[in-house]
Design a protein around this ligand. Sequence first.
Ligand code: FES
Ligand SMILES: [Fe+2]
Length: 337
Amino acid sequence: MRESLPWIWYVEPEVLQQEQDRIFRRTWQYVGHMERVSEPGSYFAGRAGAVPVVVTRDREGELHALLNVCRHRGSVVARGEGRRTTLQCPYHAWTYELDGALHAAPRSERVPGFRPEELCLVPLALEAWGPFLFVNPEREAPPLAETLGDVPRLLADGGVDVDSLRFHARTEYELEANWKIACENYLECYHCAVAHPAFSAVVDVSPDAYHLEASGATASQFARTRDGDGRGQFHFVWPNLKINVFPGAANLSIGPVLPAGPERSVGFLDYFFGRDVANGWIEELLGFDDQVGREDAALVASVQEGVRSGLVERGRLMGESEVLIEHFQRLVADALA
Ligand code: FES
Ligand SMILES: [Fe+2]
């Protein structure tokens, strides 16, 4: 039986600081989908880990990911989403072109040596997989495809054509737990029979029917329904991305869990469905997933309360049932080593 990571790593601010540096500032982060920047002159703001980013499509139609931090005194520049010809900082009204170039700074003509060309919004790495946009704060990042590994193929083999999906809605959530506790909870279904009665009534969660597989930066769970007809896939992409495909009509949800402090996380899920999926079915799935999400939120908050107590050094991992957690914890430990 393997020991878990030290529980102090789920509580200490210094550990989170290191994770921000060594994990979140150099990994691919899902930020949003292509429809949000379909037109020239459109943008949306988001986050890659703790880094504020803005994704734009400039007038020439080219996509950019920019550090959403004003080069003057550091205010976040753009909020929300929409269409603009320029992005204007709300603090002193410096305005930037959609490719990041500084267009105007009030009173700059009175400042000797002011060089706008040195003060553009910092460009970040941007890549798309189908309709899904990813940003990496590390400009020299290895290609996104290396991180995604087999996931695109596994989805295609499972009958999911990501390019035919339509965005439906984003849901957001907050968790009273360290981001790693939230990820680990996602990475096993050992708790499903106990904690998710509605899910377990539909999905066969027994260890011989529920299949776990980890390789490289990804960890995948393959499920089938109790009637044997439906197939589900739940993929995790290092360090913090969930990709869910439930049994039934064409569906996919994707989104990260992000640290919001040592003992708090935030996350969102973007839901996509096939063009001809009935509204009733969509509502049913959203309700079902919301129920599972609320059950998980209580579980992870309860874990946080326990690991914070400080009297036990580590937990234990249950072999094959928690093999994806082992894989995740190894990636965390390697990143922080
Ligand atoms: S901080 Fe952006 S204009 Fe001053
Ligand atoms: Fe769960």
